[in-house]
Design a protein around this ligand. Structure first.
Ligand SMILES: [Zn+2]
Ligand SMILES: [Zn+2]
Length: 300
């Protein structure tokens, strides 16, 4: 008699690139990076799970982090009172995040942000925590978002399906290399309809590592401690894919059997709309011992 096995979490599989990018453009080899796509899908993750917008494994003896910066109602000139509880954005277990450089002694990454508007561009303000999950005993409940808060600025609870993919730089390519490649990229487009930045370069959606999913020109923060350029830790994009990128980046499990347009609800799985369908980019310095964090926000 066979015993029923516990159903495993369905995976998400990005199809192979339809062409061999490095064979066509050998100059891109130094701009190859691995990214971990999280593939958030609406669900009910627990505090022990990797998640987007899910409850965090937060120690009961540690107070919940609050924002004490001056901040505004989203997309409004109204100042909002300080002392707002930060909201969970991403929690990822090390076991599900191959290639992500966890600091020694930690196995849990937690990113939260204050969803009100900060600074000139009214961006949400992220904060990063690395933890040893074994050291967390009693768990503090994750607070609910302010009832009046615009839900576009924080993710709905989602389970995740982490998957490592290979990316190539797009907006981050040096100008002279972009110029050198332009003719061959145009030729490929004419022959195949493939657009390098949308179909071949970097993965859309929420991801760890790889290249930031910029909407505008790159802005890499420098570390205030050592002055060096920070590394990309996390892109939180409003959309998992758009009208072009789905053609090569939509996981096979999510495709229509007839090859037609995808279920567009999947594109907004986490229920985010950051400004005009923008993204928040979180960076860190891996040289300075306390791993300082930087961030940027852009949108259309
Ligand atoms: Zn704030
Ligand atoms: Zn530094």
């Amino acid at each position: 008699m066979t015993r029923a096995t516990r159903p495993t979490c369905p995976t998400r599989t990005t199809p192979a690139r339809p062409v061999d990018v490095e064979q066509l453009f050998p100059e891109l080899a130094p701009y190859r990076r691995e990214a971990l796509r999280l593939h958030p899908r609406p669900g009910a993750p627990t505090a022990r799970d990797s998640s987007v917008g899910g409850p965090l494994l937060w120690p009961a003896e540690e107070s919940w982090p609050v924002c004490t910066e001056e901040h505004y109602e989203p997309e409004s000139p109204e100042l909002h009172e300080a002392g707002v509880a930060l909201l969970p954005i991403v929690q990822v277990r090390r076991a599900e995040a191959p290639g992500v450089p966890f600091p020694e002694g930690t196995d849990l990454l937690q990113v939260l942000w204050c969803p009100y508007g900060h600074g000139e561009y009214c961006y949400p303000l992220p904060r990063v925590y690395w933890r040893d999950s074994a050291a967390v005993g009693k768990v503090r409940p994750t607070p609910d978002p302010d009832p009046g808060l615009d839900a576009d600025w924080y993710p709905d609870p989602c389970t995740v399906h982490p998957e490592t993919v290979t990316e190539y730089a797009s907006r981050d390519l040096p100008w002279d290399l972009q110029d050198a490649l332009r003719g061959r990229i145009d030729e490929l487009e004419a022959e195949t309809g493939l657009l390098y930045p949308y179909h071949l370069a970097d993965a859309p959606g929420i991801k760890l590592g790889g290249w930031p999913g910029w909407t505008q020109e790159p802005v890499w923060p420098d570390c205030e401690g050592c002055g060096s350029r920070m590394e990309h830790l996390l892109t939180v994009a409003s959309r998992e894919f758009d009208g072009e990128s789905w053609r090569t980046w939509l996981p096979v499990e999510d495709r229509n059997p007839d090859g037609g347009d995808p279920d567009w609800h999947l594109a907004a799985s986490a229920g985010l709309c950051l400004g005009d369908v923008g993204g928040v980019y979180v960076f860190e310095c891996r040289t300075c011992p306390d791993r300082p964090v930087g961030h940027w926000f852009d949108c259309s």
